[in-house]
Design a protein around this ligand. Structure first.
Ligand code: GDD
Ligand code: MN
Length: 376
């Protein structure tokens, strides 16, 4: 059985042509493969007559409406649809006729033969296209939004909302984050998919009703991306952010060091004082950015721990510098290299300490990591 999950909000005019399009596209295929199908309308309590419309359509088509009154939104609606689905294969598509149902047989065929584990309806592979009415501006927008998602997947159209997977491969609801509009990307990154493929589609602009994609949704997309990076690259993403924060801290350090001297403070004392604003700056940004997903321990305790570990890092830095410039002739000639190596050593040390002890992992994070390790 194929379950077609369709998130809807005020799509009542599109429901009849949607059913007709699906029925026509699937008729031969499901007969040949002796498969059944169901259409799951995941509606957020639309008051436009959608409920009645689905009741009418249910006389002709295998359609079900799930009326949602809590936790509204496109992604949560789709995630609920996953648990409602009775089929072995799950297709997600928009209701507004943008996604051609004619692509579904090929999507299911690839899943069935094992040619693919995740099939995406794509506008940007050969044979795919976008609506003629698209302005250059809209196209540029789409491309700009697509670029930062590319390191997460290998597909050409990671923004697409049209995809098919085996039900068994869908991550459980509590593993999926319902933030934002890009549920295909979410599933693709978090699911166990070895082979991901794209089938070309011609994306048609909606005729009835209007798009619900607001500016706020687009901002959520940035948050969503950051989480997916965090998820996929884990410690690598953290280390990168930690390094970026650290570099900005060097600037803070430098600024205070120089300013204090302008005000007549001796350079040794300035060096000792400037460590404090810099280390506090780093701690604050790491709390807000690098380790924002970690447990929120009390600020003063955490700051103390961070300062303490930074002092250790600083001694590693200084120790490295001192050792190299005192005992290694090469570095006696290239003290600036020793200086850089010292900073890097101190930074690596700081990161390990912060990562292990200062910004403690959340319980669930530790659990899911060990679970993943066991399942390998
Ligand atoms: N249940 C529910 N709740 N459904 C929603 C909601 C919501 O809050 N918001 C939107 N939908 C439904 C719409 O009714 C429609 O069936 C589908 O989700 C897509 O919404 P549109 O408003 O038509 O989105 P779009 O055309 O701007 O975006 C689509 O195309 C993009 C690529 O251009 C989506 O498929 C995006 O995921 C995709 O990135
Ligand atoms: Mn649309």
């Amino acid at each position: 059985m194929i379950s077609i999950v369709v998130p809807t909000y005020q799509e009542f005019e599109n429901l009849p042509p949607l059913c007709e399009m699906i029925q026509t596209a699937l008729a031969d295929f499901i007969a040949a493969e002796s498969l059944g199908y169901e259409i799951l309308i995941m509606d957020d309590n639309s008051q436009d007559g959608s409920i009645k419309k689905v009741q009418e359509l249910a006389n002709t088509y295998p359609i079900r409406l799930i009326n949602r009154t809590q936790n509204r939104g496109l992604s949560p609606a789709v995630i609920d649809g996953f648990s409602e689905a009775r089929g072995d294969y799950v297709v997600v598509m928009d209701a507004d006729l943008s996604h051609p149902a004619t692509a579904i047989p090929e999507m299911i065929r690839q899943l069935k033969t094992g040619e693919s584990d995740f099939v995406l309806g794509s506008r940007y592979v050969e044979g795919g296209s976008i609506d003629d009415s698209w302005t250059l501006w809209r196209y540029i927008n789409s491309v700009v939004a697509t670029l930062p998602a590319l390191p997460l997947t290998k597909v050409k159209d990671p923004m697409s909302g049209f995809f098919a997977v085996r039900k068994a491969d869908i991550p459980s609801a509590n593993e999926l984050s319902p933030i934002g509009y890009k549920i295909a990307l979410e599933v693709m990154v978090k699911g166990p998919f070895k082979k991901v493929s794209e089938v070309p589609i011609h994306f048609v602009d909606r005729i009835h009703g209007e798009s619900k994609l607001t500016f706020t949704e687009q901002l959520k997309y940035l948050r969503h991306l950051r989480r997916l990076y965090q998820y996929k690259f884990k410690t690598k993403a953290e280390f990168f952010q930690f390094a970026a924060v650290g570099s900005s801290g060097v600037i803070v350090d430098m600024t205070f060091y120089l300013l204090l001297q302008i005000f007549g403070v001796s350079h040794t004392l300035a060096r000792a004082i400037s460590f404090w604003p810099a280390v506090s700056w780093n701690w604050m940004l790491n709390r807000l950015i690098t380790f924002s997903h970690r447990e929120k321990t009390a600020k003063t305790t955490q700051w103390g721990a961070f300062v303490f570990s930074s002092l250790l890092g600083f001694s590693v830095n200084y120790g490295t510098y001192y050792t190299l410039t005192t005992f290694v002739p090469f570095f006696q000639e290239h003290i600036i290299l020793a200086f850089i190596i010292g900073i890097l050593m101190g930074m690596g040390f700081n990161f390990s300490i912060s990562n292990l002890f200062v910004f403690r992992k959340l319980r669930e994070e530790v659990d899911s990591e060990s679970k993943r390790r066991h399942s390998k």
